[in-house]
Write a new protein. Sequence first.
Length: 281
Amino acid sequence: MTTPDSAVLRVAGRPVGRYVTRPELPARLSPRPYLHPVTTLAGTAVTELSPADHIHHLGVGVAVPDVEGHNFWGGRTYVRDQGPTELDNHGAQRHHSFQLRDPDGFVEELRWIASGTELLRERRTVAATELTGAAWALDFTFSLTNVTSDPLSIGSPATNGRPGAAYGGFFWRARKEQDAPDVFTVDREGEDAIHGTRADWVALTGATWTLVFAGATDRTRRDPWFVRAGEYPGVGSSLASEERLPVPPGETVVRRIVTVVADGRLPRLEVAALVRKAVSQ
């Protein structure tokens, strides 16, 4: 059911995702809109919300651990030469309005606010499209504009001194099952071989489902993938890996990720075909 605080995405008449715009969450979790549950066309859930291992993981959305020192990811902040530290520095993404809201998608405006100040204004465009009788695509674009009069920069634990932890940007917390999911690209397999690398797409396969994440613009494809499979299942596209990402006043950062959501454990050739179809639509 669609309400003023939520929207339900549908594909071929079937609900496949619930979008919550105004979650009631403590400040420490960096409150922000999210998609959960997201399901396959057969109804299998492929997201998790506030799991015990990382309660600040909120389904599918945009989360950034460091915007000019403010935490829009949730949980502890990685401090150089100190490690993960509890700080009172959490921001919130606040839903402002829907410019468009249809059963198969929406266009939303959000305000990123910390310490009472709006730092970034976001335009988020989300669309759900049927690919086959057993697969659909979630097309997710976000545009972040610096609305302050000062330069801002986006960082990550990696740019703050923690190797291998370049998370921040689009992030999908996947379903945790008894066995860790398999992860592969067109030419690599395994978390260790893929995490922190660049690839046109990354696939995550669970017991009865497959998720395939693809950068849908040249700029997005230049961002490395953040991949977790063993500790927990999750995939993100890293905005700040080797160095901080500057956002001058009035400038905009745009990224687009298309995710294939499929029933079954799909092989490489089928994954590649679905990605081509999803990104070209």
